[in-house]
Design a binder for this molecule. Structure first.
Ligand SMILES: Cc1cc2nc3c(=O)[nH]c(=O)nc-3n(C[C@H](O)[C@H](O)[C@H](O)COP(=O)(O)OP(=O)(O)OC[C@H]3O[C@@H](n4cnc5c(N)ncnc54)[C@H](O)[C@@H]3O)c2cc1C
Length: 364
């Protein structure tokens, strides 16, 4: 089998692997940087199966990686990557609302947390605005986050991969990493060829924990949570993203409405514990989500809602204590091996900052 010698190998062609690859090659143009993707297409897993929202950073624990990298990430998307590479985004803003008195306390907690996180421009909705949004949702009280936006994710994957290749980066699709060992740097085997690499960056999303196990790191396990989306054939337009106060179990942000750049509306995601990566409809999504949508949103014809797609996020669990980590896990447990685990939401928003955070740790 052919063996290739490289400076850096990135495993995983989702938004994290891609932004790392591009920014790394830009910073170190003389180094060989290769991105390995197991699937035939880039961004086909979590990256292509989410809400496409650039989060402003309202919910995350102050000073956590999620908080810091989300705020820096959306700044980098809006001021650097999107204008430089011609990636489309829209600052459509988001309304976060309490449906009833019981949810108001939760809304105030998020408002307070968002301020502690330094989120700019937040504004309580006055009675006029509440009146306007009451055409769309059952809202008792609400605030507006103007910095929350939406991104053309497919366009981002395409433009970043093209930019990476144009500066001398290499991408190998349909190439699954089958083994990884520490030996004179790292020896990585794929279905096609072998690589001897000085540095490995594990950005393999849902499979990143299986990859680290190859290096004898067995202290973490993956926990998968599936989220389904329903779309509608009704011609309705939401002027903003509408998010209810999240459920207390904190597994997700609650079934919300998002729009894409063409103004199409979708509802989701719900949260469903799963054990395998299967994006098909389990048949449960419509039954469980429709009642939630009907009690949250107005003017929806439930007979015109249909299952559209699903995504799966990976949380990480300590194998011994069974404790679920709530923050991103970006670490270097072995010199030269950097891992990005538990990159669930707001991973899309944070990706350019995750890349910067990783690249700042690399010294050749
Ligand atoms: C339902 C849902 C909604 C979300 N909504 C949002 C949102 O609105 N805003 C936001 O900021 N974030 C959101 N997120 C989170 C965001 O989608 C993820 O954080 C982000 O996409 C993670 O990107 P990634 O590159 O780490 O993983 P992925 O996109 O999953 O990429 C990993 C890649 O690694 C490849 N791979 C795996 N194993 C191997 C192997 N052995 N060899 C080679 N390649 C391999 C896979 O094929 C895959 O392409 C959401 C996530 C979900 C699931």
């Amino acid at each position: 089998m052919e063996k290739i010698k490289l400076d850096v190998t990135i495993i995983g062609g989702g938004i994290v692997g891609l932004t790392v690859a591009y920014q790394l090659k830009k910073k170190f143009p003389t180094k060989d940087v290769v991105l390995i993707e197991g699937a035939p297409f880039l961004g086909d897993h979590s990256t292509g199966r989410n809400s496409g929202v650039l989060h402003a950073g309202l919910y995350y624990k102050t000073n956590s990686l999620k908080h810091l990298l989300c705020l820096e990430g959306i700044h980098l998307w809006k001021k650097d990557l999107c204008p430089t590479l011609g990636i489309e985004f829209q600052e459509c803003g988001k309304i976060l609302f309490a449906k009833n008195l019981n949810e108001e306390e939760g809304l105030h907690e998020i408002w307070k947390n968002a301020h502690e996180n330094g989120v700019k421009g937040l504004k309580w909705c006055d009675s006029n605005t509440l009146n306007n949004i009451s055409h769309f949702v059952h809202a008792q009280k609400a605030f507006f986050s103007p910095e929350t936006g939406i991104l053309d994710v497919t366009g981002a994957v395409k433009k970043i991969s093209e930019a990476f290749i144009s500066i001398g980066g290499m991408i190998s699709k349909n190439t699954k990493v089958t083994s990884l060992q520490k030996s004179d740097g790292f020896l990585l085997k794929t279905n096609d060829f072998e690589i001897q690499s000085k540095i490995i960056i594990n950005a393999a999303g849902l499979e990143s924990i299986e990859i680290r196990k190859q290096l004898g790191l067995n202290d973490l396990e993956a926990v998968f949570v599936k989220g389904n989306y329903l779309s509608t054939s009704q011609k309705i337009h939401h002027p903003h993203l509408f998010y209810p106060v999240p459920p207390k179990d904190l597994k997700g942000l609650g079934v919300h409405s998002t729009i894409d750049l063409e103004g199409r509306i979708k509802f989701g995601p719900n949260t469903e514990d799963v054990f395998v990566i299967d994006y098909n409809d389990s048949g449960m999504a419509i039954t469980t989500m429709v009642p939630e949508i009907m009690k949250t949103f107005k003017g929806i014809d439930q007979s015109r809602l249909y299952w559209d797609y699903s995504g799966i996020r990976s949380k990480i669990k300590n194998s011994k204590t069974e404790k679920i980590e709530t923050d991103f896990w970006i670490q270097t447990p072995i010199p030269g091996y950097i891992e990005c685990l538990g990159i669930e939401s707001p991973g899309l928003s944070s990706a350019p900052a995750i890349a910067k955070f990783i690249i700042n740790q690399i010294i050749f």
